[in-house]
Design a binder for this molecule. Structure first.
Ligand SMILES: *Cc1c(COP(=O)(O)O)cnc(C)c1O
Length: 378
C-alpha cells in the first residue's frame, strides 16, 4: 500500500512500555503469585503477533484469549507458553483444544462433561474451572458449585490447574462488590477443596491487582493495564502509556462568523475562525461520540474538536494558535501523549478499552521495540 493511502495518520505502539508494564505489575504481586497476560481481541487491538512475543521475551509464560480461534492464532505465534481460552470447549470443537495445546476455561457442568469426555483414556487433560461470583456471564453459578462440591467425581481425571473468577467492579476500589466477590470466591474454593486437588486460584484482572494482596491468589490476569489504561481511575495512572495516535492537518480554512461546520451543522462558529481538517474519522475507530466533546493537541496546545466526527475526517478549531503551527502536514496529537487514552475515552463517553479495540487498520502502524522504531508488517 502506498504511504499516502494512510493520509499520514500514524499509530505508534510501544512494546517496550507493554513489557515494562508487565514487569511493574509482577513487582506488585504478593510472594508466590504470578502474572499472566490477557491478549484477547488481538491484544486489545494492538496486534497480537507483535504484542505476545514482546510479553514472552519479558518473561510472561501464561496467556489468556477469549475464543478458540484466537487461541489457535496465538499458538502459531508462540510455540511455547500456556494458552488459556476463556470461552471453553463445545463437543464440536473440543478436539481442537487438544490439537493446539490450548487449556480451556470450563464455565459450567456441561463444559466439564465435554472436556472429560475428551480426556477419557489419556487422562490428565488440563483445564481451568471458572466459578461465577457476580458477573452472571460465564462460570459455574452457585448451585453448580454446590453440586460439584458434593460430586467431585465430575472432574475426576481432569487436571484443574486453576479455579478462577472475575471481578465486576474492581476499578472502583471502594465498591462493596469487591469484598463480596472475594468472600464468595474464597468460600467456593474451600467447598471445592474436599476430595480433589484444586491446586491454585486466580481472581484479579488489572484493577483487581491494585485492590491488594488479598486479591492476588496464585495468578493474576491483567489486560488493560499492560496496554497503558489506568487500572486505578480515581488515582494517577501507575502504568506507562503505550499508544499514541497522531494525524496530520490536511487543510486549514478561514470561516466567517455564523458559518456551520460539518454534518448536521452541529457546530456554528461565533467568530471568524480557522478550521483545520485532519483525515481521521469513525471508520478509523475515532468514535463519533467524540463529536463536539473531545480535544486534540497541536504542539502540546489543546484545540477542541468542533462539529461531528465524519467517517474519514475531524475538524479542529485552531483559531487561537499561531498561523505557523497550523499548516497542511503539521502533526496533530489525537490520542496519547498530551491527551491520555483515558482522558480521550472519558470525553467520548466510553472507556479506554473500547478506544483501543476500535482503533482501525487504516493507520500506518509503528512499533517501538528495544528502543527502535519499526513499521508494522501487516
Ligand atoms: C478481559 C478479562 C480480563 C482482563 O481484564 P482487564 O480489566 O483488561 O485487566 C481478565 N479476566 C477475564 C475473565 C477477562 O474476560
Amino acid at each position: 500500500m502506498s504511504p499516502n493511502a494512510f493520509a499520514g495518520a500514524q499509530l505508534t505502539i510501544d512494546l517496550d512500555a507493554i513489557s515494562a508494564n508487565w514487569r511493574a505489575l509482577g513487582a506488585r504481586l504478593k510472594n508466590g503469585a504470578r502474572a499472566a497476560a490477557v491478549v484477547k481481541a488481538n491484544a486489545y487491538g494492538l496486534g497480537i503477533s507483535a504484542v505476545a512475543p514482546a510479553l514472552y521475551d519479558a518473561g510472561c509464560r501464561a496467556f489468556f484469549v477469549a475464543s478458540l480461534d484466537e487461541g489457535i492464532a496465538l499458538r502459531s505465534i508462540l510455540p511455547d507458553g500456556q494458552i488459556y481460552v476463556f470461552f471453553g470447549p463445545t463437543p464440536k470443537d473440543a478436539a481442537e483444544y487438544s490439537r493446539h495445546r490450548l487449556i480451556p476455561v470450563l464455565n459450567d457442568l456441561g463444559q466439564i462433561e465435554t472436556w472429560r469426555a475428551r480426556s477419557r483414556g489419556d487422562g490428565g487433560e488440563k483445564a481451568v474451572l471458572q466459578v461465577d461470583t457476580g458477573m452472571s456471564r460465564l462460570g459455574l453459578p452457585p448451585d453448580e458449585v454446590a453440586r460439584l462440591a458434593v460430586e467431585p467425581e465430575r472432574v475426576a481425571g481432569l487436571d484443574i490447574v486453576y479455579v478462577m473468577s472475575h471481578l465486576a467492579c474492581a476499578e472502583n476500589s471502594g465498591h462493596a462488590m469487591n469484598g463480596q466477590q472475594l468472600e464468595e470466591f474464597s468460600k467456593a474454593l474451600k467447598s471445592l477443596e474436599t476430595g480433589s486437588a484444586f491446586a491454585a486460584a486466580s481472581l484479579a484482572n488489572s484493577s483487581g491487582i491494585f485492590l491488594g494482596p488479598g486479591y492476588h491468589f496464585d495468578l493474576v490476569r491483567p489486560g488493560a493495564a499492560l496496554y497503558g489504561i489506568n487500572p486505578t481511575p480515581d488515582k494517577p495512572n501507575p502504568m506507562t502509556e503505550v499508544v499514541r495516535l497522531q494525524g496530520k492537518i490536511q487543510q486549514v480554512r478561514s470561516v466567517d462568523s455564523s458559518r456551520s461546520v460539518g454534518y448536521g451543522a452541529a457546530h456554528v462558529v461565533t467568530r471568524p475562525s480557522r478550521i483545520a481538517t485532519v483525515p481521521v474519522g469513525y471508520a478509523d475507530g475515532y468514535l463519533r461520540s467524540a463529536s463536539n466533546q473531545a480535544s486534540a493537541h497541536v504542539r502540546g496546545v489543546r484545540v477542541p474538536i468542533i462539529g461531528r466526527v465524519s467517517m474519514d475526517m475531524i475538524t479542529l478549531d485552531v483559531t487561537d494558535l499561531p498561523a505557523e503551527f497550523v499548516h497542511p502536514g503539521a502533526t496533530v496529537d489525537l490520542i496519547g501523549g498530551p491527551y491520555s487514552i483515558d482522558a480521550f475515552a472519558a470525553d467520548a463517553g466510553t472507556i479506554g478499552y473500547e478506544i483501543l479495540t476500535s482503533l482501525g487498520l487504516r493507520f500506518r502502524r509503528r512499533y517501538i521495540e528495544n528502543g527502535e522504531v519499526r513499521e508494522a508488517a501487516e
